[in-house]
Design a protein around this ligand. Structure first.
Ligand code: PLA
Length: 430
């Protein structure tokens, strides 16, 4: 099989001789685009590409954070299927407004800010439907650049790799702040507080609301309170990326705790919400960007500017996923089904953390794997080096990001022993 695929790939690489007319066309094209080099592979989505190209029957993908059932299959939630059943045949295909579905935004705000939030009643939140979490972050970054052109963004080390791309392309200068402590595989709280204190007053900080990606390490409630207090002292602006609401504890309400603490303390905040993971709507690109303003007038102005940024970029967001979200969250029965299903996904991941750790211990690994079960959310930040990850990929056809992140959502009863064995082999001291 390996020999076959090598032959196939060298055939792909061999330049094909094009007919003279095509060659001439290419020569012309190269004068325009000849300087365009292939872009480097994305550290996360590039892993999926490599996985798909591997013909091995044993291959395992624990790269991208996409939930799988215990048979390794993608999941469509029952609440989503039911919402789609209700939509079927009843939907026209008109454009949504530039800011997206009003109903979906209302429901999203309740989820993030609380069902009875005074800020919602006082109409102090500027919010637009966004192209999932990525689009929400990007809209915010563009807004930040347009209205606070001299500001910077503080991003945790490490973070989701695309955060760097998003603020880079929006041309907002980036600084980093301490977050993770590699030795303890936990939070570097002292370092984090120091960096918050040392940043110039009024800085923008990107915070992961819950289930930090890639580390799986979140501050405790008490630590969030201290962080919020220090933000207040320094007048910093917190921008929460909440891509995993429900995936940390299994309860979306509990996972909004950090945001609620900041709200209690009277901060203005920004928030990017995504339904990719917690509703399994990955490809539907359903999300929401919100900014808590000083009053209603400010919120109206800010929302109009967010729409103005969206209009020349994609005009208005897609309708299907937004409808699914608003139907589910607006119907008490469907909402409780959703809450059950989110908990089910979170619990399966927690079960797989235990299984992976137990398997490594059974194999006699002398290393500590406590962090597998201590970390929360979709990912295990294993501590493996890029070279160890390469061995997993080359020798075992296990695909993951080179920072040692394992997407626990891709681990199943069927592959956990195989994965543990490979990790043990790659990490055991000589
Ligand atoms: N923010 C964080 C922290 C994320 O981890 C992700 C997705 C997003 C935002 C964006 O998700 P969305 O646009 O699909 O709503 N991170 C994934 C996928 C799951 C990716 O890289 O795009 C990951 O594997 O890290």
């Amino acid at each position: 099989m390996a020999a076959l695929s090598r032959a196939a790939s060298s055939a792909i690489r061999r330049p094909l001789l094009a007919p003279p007319r095509l060659q001439a066309a290419r020569a012309m094209a190269s004068s325009l685009f000849g300087h365009v080099e292939p872009a480097p592979k994305d550290p996360i989505l590039g892993v999926t590409e490599a996985f798909l190209a591997d013909p091995s029957p044993n291959k395992v993908n624990v790269g991208v954070g996409a939930y799988r059932d215990d048979n390794g299959q993608p999941v469509v939630l029952d609440c989503v299927r039911e919402a789609e059943r209700r939509i079927a045949g009843n939907l026209n295909m008109e454009y949504l407004p530039m800011g997206g579905s009003i109903k979906m935004i209302e429901e999203s705000l309740k989820l993030a800010y609380g069902e009875d939030s005074e800020f919602i009643k006082d109409k102090r939140i500027a919010a637009v439907q966004a192209l999932s979490g990525t689009g929400a972050c990007r809209l915010f970054a563009d807004f930040q650049k347009r209205f606070l052109p001299d500001s910077q963004i503080y991003i945790p080390t490490p973070t989701w790799s695309n955060h760097h791309n998003i603020w880079r392309d929006a041309q907002v200068p980036q600084k980093t702040f301490t977050y993770y402590h590699p030795e303890s595989r936990g939070l570097d709280f002292a370092g984090l507080m120091n960096d918050i204190k040392n940043a110039p007053d009024g800085s923008f900080f990107l915070l992961h609301a819950c289930a930090h990606n890639p580390t799986g390490v979140d501050p405790t409630e008490e630590q969030w309170r201290e962080i919020s207090h220090q933000f207040k002292v320094k007048k910093h602006f917190p921008f929460f990326d909440m891509a995993y609401q429900g995936f940390a504890s299994g309860d979306p309400e509990r996972d909004a705790k950090a945001i609620r603490i900041f709200l209690e303390d009277g901060h203005q905040i920004g928030c990017a919400q995504s339904y990719a993971k917690n509703m399994g709507l990955y490809g539907q690109r359903a999300g929401c960007l919100s900014i808590l303003c000083e009053d209603e007038m400010q919120a109206v102005a800010v929302k109009s500017q967010l729409q103005q940024i969206a209009r020349p970029m994609y005009s208005n967001p897609p309708v299907h996923g937004a409808l699914v979200v608003s139907i589910i969250l607006n119907d008490p029965e469907l909402k409780s089904l959703w809450l059950k299903e989110v908990k089910g996904m979170a619990d399966r991941i927690i079960g797989m953390r235990k299984a992976l750790k137990e398997n490594l211990e059974k194999l006699g690994s002398p290393l500590s794997w406590e962090h597998i079960t201590n970390q929360i959310g979709m990912f295990c930040y294993s501590g493996m080096t890029p070279e160890q990850v390469d061995r997993l990929t080359n020798e075992y056809h296990i695909y993951m990001t080179r920072n040692g992140r394992i997407s626990m959502a891709g681990v199943t009863t069927g592959n956990v022993a195989y994965l543990a064995n490979a990790i043990h082999d790659a990490t055991k001291p000589n």
